[in-house]
Design a protein around this ligand. Structure first.
Ligand SMILES: C[S@@+](CC[C@H](N)C(=O)[O-])C[C@H]1O[C@@H](n2cnc3c(N)ncnc32)[C@H](O)[C@@H]1O
Length: 188
């Protein structure tokens, strides 16, 4: 049964806009599921640049890619997504994925934060090609609290609609602060 989780829903969105030969960034590699998914979309002619600040996450992501024979497509860096502009040129990236929060199965105190997430999103927007897309999966409640969600949504809501189209999706019948998928298009 397809449950339309935020991951499935976001992947369905990305499938529409990312294709073979594209360049993508996974800003939060975690267990590598999004990196692996993006590698499948861009194929051997494309490239995925992935970041995480946790060595365990980087190792898990690299192992997953090796298992699926995708390790030639992705570069996985132990670095903060705030530094993503050191790895790609402005207007060169087709898609960027942020999956905020903490590493599932990991230490919940090591998680994304409002300040660095917003700084990284700003850089990501400059790296996107005209007509490039960004997805931001925003979590709140429990260990995540509400500060990051409030700050990130306020930042995205204030983006100039001339330059960016921002679509916030909502799971309206899920209890307990459901995650929020946000999709951003760089207008051209
Ligand atoms: C929800 S998990 C990502 C899940 C992942 N996309 C997957 O498919 O398994 C969030 C990840 O963001 C990482 N993270 C937190 N702050 C970061 C930062 N400044 N730069 C890069 N990664 C960061 C965490 O270490 C954690 O692994």
């Amino acid at each position: 049964m397809k449950r339309h989780t935020i991951v499935e829903y976001t992947h369905d969105f990305l499938r529409k806009y990312i294709g073979e030969g594209n360049i993508c960034i996974d800003a939060t590699a975690g267990n590598g599921n999004d990196t692996e998914f993006l590698c499948g979309l861009v194929g051997s002619e494309g490239k995925v640049i992935a970041f995480d600040i946790q060595e365990d996450a980087v190792n898990t992501t690299r192992s997953l890619l090796e298992m699926f024979g995708l390790d030639e497509i992705a570069e996985v860096y132990l670095d903060s997504h705030v530094n993503m502009d050191a790895y790609a040129e402005p207007d060169s990236v087709d898609g960027i994925v942020f999956n905020l929060g903490y590493l599932p199965g990991g230490d919940h105190s090591i998680c994304t934060s409002a300040e660095t997430t917003i700084a990284a999103i700003k850089k990501g927007l400059t790296l996107l090609k005209p007509d490039g897309v960004m997805s931001v999966s925003v979590y709140s409640g429990k260990d995540s609290g509400f500060d990051e969600k409030d700050a990130v949504l306020s930042f995205l809501e204030a983006l100039d609609s001339k330059d960016y189209t921002v679509i916030k999706n909502e799971f309206i019948n899920k209890p307990n602060h459901p995650p929020i998928p946000v999709f951003i298009f760089k207008n051209y």
